[in-house]
Design a protein. Structure first.
Length: 200
């Protein structure tokens, strides 16, 4: 029973920390705020997470794990490379909109200058899909996969911030996905090789 209670307490603290980091950022989050949100004591918090960096590391590890699972599922889709790249962008937008832990991870990644702990989880996969599309002649020759992926990264950062600042609504995830889908289609309009040139 003690072990079950400890696991539950750790999970509660982690979720409260994610919500606090998401709203206030790393510098603006005090451990006292997390204990208040979690309804637990400072002793319980520091038992599981001795320091604030330890707590932030745990939130980021959790968010990275959730994201990694989604990336693996998208990478295995039996569709074209362009469709996989688009599906990945949409899946990431949905995660940012509906999962506080992932949104907090994205923010902490920027504020703590640790890109490998979120961006690094999905960026390489996106570039890989776009390189494949480029090799197939589906992107214009002057459009580099890395530049396209960086544009998507900027779009996702915007989605993250819009989701955080927008008033609560029942379908925030759907709104985020629609926005990224429209932005993706605009990017592809400029980057795609004309159909008559594909395969040449």
């Amino acid at each position: 029973m003690k072990q079950v209670r400890a696991v539950r307490t750790r999970s509660t603290i982690l979720q409260a920390a994610a919500e606090a980091f998401d709203r206030h950022g790393y510098a603006g989050t005090a451990l006292a705020c997390v204990t208040r949100e979690a309804g637990t004591s400072m002793g319980a918090l520091t038992f599981h997470f001795p320091t604030k960096p330890d707590l932030a590391d745990a939130v980021q590890a959790s968010g990275a794990g959730i994201t990694r699972d989604v990336v693996a599922r998208v990478a295995a889709l039996p569709v074209s490379s362009v469709s996989r790249a688009r599906a990945l962008a949409l899946a990431l937008a949905r995660l940012l909109a509906e999962c506080t832990v992932v949104r907090a991870t994205a923010r902490l990644t920027r504020e703590r200058a640790m890109p490998e702990l979120w961006t690094g989880v999905w960026f390489g996969c996106l570039v890989e899909q776009l390189r494949e599309a480029h090799a197939e002649g589906r992107l214009r020759g002057e459009v580099t996969p890395e530049t396209f992926a960086e544009a998507v990264q900027f779009l996702l950062t915007g989605i993250e911030e819009c989701t955080r600042c927008a008033p609560a609504e029942a379908h925030a995830d759907a709104t985020a996905v629609r926005r990224i889908a429209r932005a993706w289609d605009l990017l592809m309009y400029g980057a795609a090789c004309p159909p008559e040139h594909v395969g040449r």
